[in-house]
Design a protein around this ligand. Structure first.
Ligand code: HEC
Ligand code: HEC
Ligand code: HEC
Ligand code: HEC
Length: 459
């Protein structure tokens, strides 16, 4: 498909070079209009040629995934989904636009004249609807405002790792406003398998990321932990919202969405039924909840004190309570009042723990402890034997190894064969295209590979 707005982008850059953002009055203290990408791209603003001052140019040329997010609503998958779901068209569907554009960065959808939905996930999707701050943030006085004052104007400060992770999780995990539920997945939407450290690494940067990692050599590891806190918090927020609306409708029980459970408990490879399922067995009707999005946070919280020197016990206790509540009730019978109280508490404890991780100083000895825990077979028997658990474990091991190399200058694995072992693991854990379950995967098949890594990790 050709992109009709390619030329639009070029045109905007030219027009805006001579056209500074106009003054926009704040509508009121809580309502902020979306200005649109074109409001940020002036050459004298973020449309310059160098990286600092050229963030918009960098974003336009580098971050294709987010710029393209609206385009994909016209692709074959979207068309098929639209048909299956009985929708008119994906690109006019508020539900899709919530994550594939900046359309709803403002809950009421108030937009400036320069807003163009074609820019997909634009500046304000991440940095906040700019109607009330676009003119002020060019003033000297902007620097004197506190983060809370900026937030009040609608500006999200993404420098703190926890705030950044929460922003990504809004779309990549979901929020009470929009989720990718089992209906969407069954109609063809990819399953959301967000992991902050990996996604942050993959995201082409439009800011000075080198300076950032110089300031915080353990950034990846910090992002790994706060990313899991943010993913779990997103799930907990969704559970709370669902419980609240059930209670408001006079219902006593809540039905969570199937997509929140371990897919492989229900879906397994039909071509090879004798090979067993890529997950643990669980009681009929009670598949494991949050095997991708929640369980890793519990693992990180459990080892938070030893790995980050920050107490994670409140978060761990709250998460365990929430997980047990969901796992112990058959789908559709979770008591709404208990769920509401439990998930609210979990969200609060996760937010607090995540902010504490912001200040954690990660030293190499601590991260090697984490590596040790990750590689230990007995670490978390409820989580690791699932495919979800194994993939998250792989991503975590890679993150710890990279951080450790950056912080100490030394490889944590002392073996020439470790690259091969890691590549082998990656291969074994791959999701074959067009399959709903990893073909013939059994956790016990890859145990020897973990064992090899353990032997070479120097622990
Ligand atoms: C909660 C946010 C959210 C909602 C709601 C949502 N999406 Fe997505 N969608 C995503 C994310 C995030 C990805 C990227 C997944 C990844 O690669 O990790 C994605 C990926 C896709 C893809 C695959 C893109 C490709 O490159 O082929 C299609 C197609 C798609 N979405 C269509 C839709 C349609 C149609 C709707 C509405 C019916 C919709 N989405 C609703 C977040 C969302
Ligand atoms: C997917 C989310 C996302 C989108 C979309 C996005 N940004 Fe960013 N941006 C970030 C993150 C994360 C950072 C790093 C944290 C920081 O420096 O605030 C950042 C950093 C920046 C910075 C550097 C701030 C500093 O003080 O160093 C500027 C300026 C900026 N972005 C402008 C833009 C503009 C203009 C657009 C649109 C053309 C845009 N961003 C789109 C996430 C995003
Ligand atoms: C407003 C919603 C939204 C926000 C906020 C957002 N994303 Fe995305 N992101 C998407 C959608 C939708 C896609 C898929 C678009 C496509 O296929 O072109 C995507 C795609 C990606 C991809 C490519 C994934 C792949 O499979 O190749 C990466 C990496 C990514 N996002 C990282 C991030 C990070 C890191 C943040 C936070 C700094 C973030 N995103 C914030 C909606 C969002
Ligand atoms: C509690 C059992 C259960 C869980 C958990 C579950 N599904 Fe399903 N899934 C079903 C059933 C039953 C159907 C057929 C009815 C339908 O389409 O909703 C289905 C249909 C589907 C389909 C469309 C039909 C097909 O096989 O192509 C896809 C794709 C799918 N699920 C993917 C997933 C993914 C990915 C997850 C995890 C995020 C998941 N499911 C979790 C029971 C489940």
């Amino acid at each position: 498909m050709s992109h009709p707005f390619r030329s639009l982008i070029a045109a905007c850059m030219v027009i805006l070079a001579a056209n500074l953002p106009s003054r926009i009055q704040a509508d009121d203290s809580t309502v902020h209009r979306v200005v649109g990408v074109a409001g940020c791209t002036a050459a004298s603003c973020h449309g310059g040629k160098s990286l600092t001052g050229g963030e918009a140019s960098a974003w336009l040329t580098r971050d294709a995934v987010h710029r393209r997010a609206y385009d994909v609503l016209f692709n074959e998958t979207s068309v098929r989904m639209t048909k299956q779901l009985g929708l008119k068209a994906a690109h006019t569907e508020a539900r899709c636009l919530a994550c594939h554009s900046t359309e709803t960065a403002h809950p009421s959808g108030a937009k400036g004249e320069r807003f163009a939905v074609e820019f997909g996930v634009g500046c304000e999707s991440c940095h906040g609807a700019a109607g009330s701050w676009v003119s002020r943030h060019t003033d000297r006085s902007w620097r004197t405002l506190t983060a809370a004052q900026k937030q009040e104007l609608g500006f999200h400060d993404l420098k703190p790792a926890s705030a950044r992770a929460e922003k990504c999780a809004e779309c990549h995990v979901g929020s009470p406003r929009a989720t990718v539920d089992h209906d969407l997945i069954a109609a063809g939407h990819p399953r959301l398998t967000f992991e902050m450290s990996a996604y942050h690494t993959l995201l082409p940067k439009h800011w000075d990321a080198t300076a950032e990692s110089r300031r915080d050599p353990a950034q990846e590891l910090r992002l790994w932990a706060v990313g899991h806190a943010a993913s779990a918090k997103a799930m907990s927020d969704i559970a709370a919202a669902r419980a609240k609306s059930a209670l408001a409708n006079g219902a006593k029980q809540v039905t969570p969405d199937l997509a929140e459970f371990d897919c492989h408990a229900c879906h397994h490879d039909l071509a090879e039924p004798t090979r067993g399922r890529p997950t643990l067995s669980s009681p009929l009707g009670s598949p494991r909840w949050g095997s991708w999005t929640i369980a890793p946070a519990r693992f990180a919280a459990r080892h938070s004190q030893s790995a980050f020197g920050q107490d994670g016990s409140a978060a761990e206790t709250a998460l365990s309570k929430l997980i047990n509540l969901m796992n112990q009730s058959r789908i559709g019978t979770t008591p709404a009042d208990v769920l509401l109280a439990t998930s609210r508490q979990t969200s609060r404890d996760l937010a607090e723990w995540s902010r504490a991780l912001e200040f954690a100083s990660v030293d190499p000895a601590q991260s090697s402890q984490l590596l040790h825990r990750l590689l230990a077979a007995e670490s978390d028997r409820e989580w690791l034997p699932t495919w979800d658990g194994q993939v998250q474990r792989y991503l975590a091991v890679v993150t710890v190894a990279q951080s450790s190399l950056r912080v100490t200058g030394r490889e944590p694995f002392h073996s020439a064969g470790r690259a091969e072992t890691l590549a082998n693991l990656r291969q074994q854990l791959r999701y074959p295209p067009h399959y709903n379950s990893p073909l013939g995967f059994r956790s016990s098949d890859i145990d020897p590979l973990w064992h090899d890594l353990r032997k070479t990790s120097g622990n």
